[in-house]
Write a protein that binds this ligand. Structure first.
Ligand code: TXA
Ligand code: MG
Length: 328
């Protein structure tokens, strides 16, 4: 595995590796993506293998522009308004796949819909344009682990299974894209993310419908595994002060005095700053020697919805890990 500084020539090399069916990790404005050519079944299969993803959970297809999206999916009027407002940028739209598209069915896990986005990070955009074909890319972390916001996180999680990591430094948003299903009349929010529901409402005229609550006995519903984004340590939410042995993940200016491991997501209580720091902070405190992780309350509005979604999943009971049994 090679870690390369992005330049026109290394990005071209990365595009060649993708064409050859290899995996390439690259920065996006949200988190690092683990990319494979979305038209090659074997290449996409390697994503699941590298991540240790226990079942075929559908992937997001990344494209360089709306025309590229149009070649693989049907863009209705509502989707077009959203695409024009937010692309390139951290919004993923679930659309109806165009029958006979070049996308391998491993990307959609056999669904009739496909998740697509046009990222705004210059390295991602340059790579997608150099490649000229859709790139399937989940977050570049081991399955169930915290998403990677630096090249070092990617290397630590995925190591030799990736041919190349384009190191674009820390990703600006630090939290994944917002996923919106626009296949029905009203948009449904499948995952809160870097674009807030309030901003979407400004374009659509109403807040998106919240996706139905997850059912414990249906863990295979796309994207809705309860425990996800999990550090190794147990996570305790809404903590006002740390208990003995715990590390404290703080937020805002009023933090209890503590001489144990402590990181503040944003001393000035800025949710964008907190989102950008979240996954790196979880990874660091996880290695602090603490016995658990206490997390101070974070407001639920704006980006707080996405941050709290990830933290609730980090705190959820962990599923038993037996990948071989759950492969379908
Ligand atoms: O910010 C992001 O979205 C990052 C960067 C790399 O673009 N990618 C990312 O991918 O977070 P991943 O695979 O970690 O999460 C994609 C989510 C999964 O939970 C998957 O179930 C859901 O999108 N998804 C994909 N296709 C879907 C579909 N057709 N219908 C519903 N959900 C879908
Ligand atoms: Mg992920």
């Amino acid at each position: 595995m090679r870690v390369a500084q992005p330049s026109p020539s290394t990005i071209d090399e990365a595009a060649d590796l993708l064409r050859a069916g290899e995996l390439v990790a690259f920065p996006t404005e949200t988190v690092y993506g683990l990319g494979a050519d979305a038209t090659q079944g074997q290449a996409v299969a390697r994503i699941y293998e590298a991540k240790g993803r226990p079942r075929f959970n559908p992937l997001i297809a990344h494209l360089g522009d709306i025309a590229g999206v149009e070649a693989i999916a049907e863009i209705g009027p509502l989707a077009r308004r959203l695409a024009e407002a937010f692309w390139p940028g951290p919004l993923t739209l679930v659309l109806r796949e165009r029958p006979g598209s070049a996308i391998t069915s491993l990307v959609t896990a056999g669904l009739e819909t496909i998740a697509v986005r046009v990222p705004s990070h210059p390295v991602a955009l340059h790579l997608l344009k150099a490649k000229g074909r859709p790139v399937a890319a989940p977050s570049a972390n081991r399955s169930g682990h915290v998403s990677a916001t630096t090249a070092q996180h990617v290397a630590a999680d995925l190591g030799e299974s990736v041919a190349m990591i384009l190191d674009g430094g820390a990703t600006p948003h630090g939290i994944e894209s917002t996923i919106l299903d626009v296949t029905a009349e009203r948009p449904v929010l499948l995952r809160p993310g870097a674009v807030t529901a309030e901003t979407i409402a400004e374009i659509v005229g109403a807040l998106p419908v919240q996706s139905a609550p997850r059912e414990a006995d249906r863990p295979t519903a796309p994207g809705q595994l309860e425990s996800h984004y999990a550090p190794t340590l147990p996570v305790r939410l809404d903590a006002t002060s740390p208990r003995e042995g715990e590390a404290l993940l703080a937020f805002g200016p009023y933090v209890p005095a503590y001489d144990g491991p402590l990181l503040n997501l944003s001393p000035r209580a800025d949710l964008a700053e907190a989102a950008a720091n979240l996954f790196a902070a979880l990874r660091r405190l996880d290695k602090s020697g603490a016995t658990g992780l206490a997390v101070m309350p974070i407001p639920e509005h704006g980006l707080g919805a996405a941050i709290n979604d990830r933290l609730r999943r980090a705190a959820a009971p962990r599923p038993p890990t037996n990948p071989s049994r759950s492969v379908r």
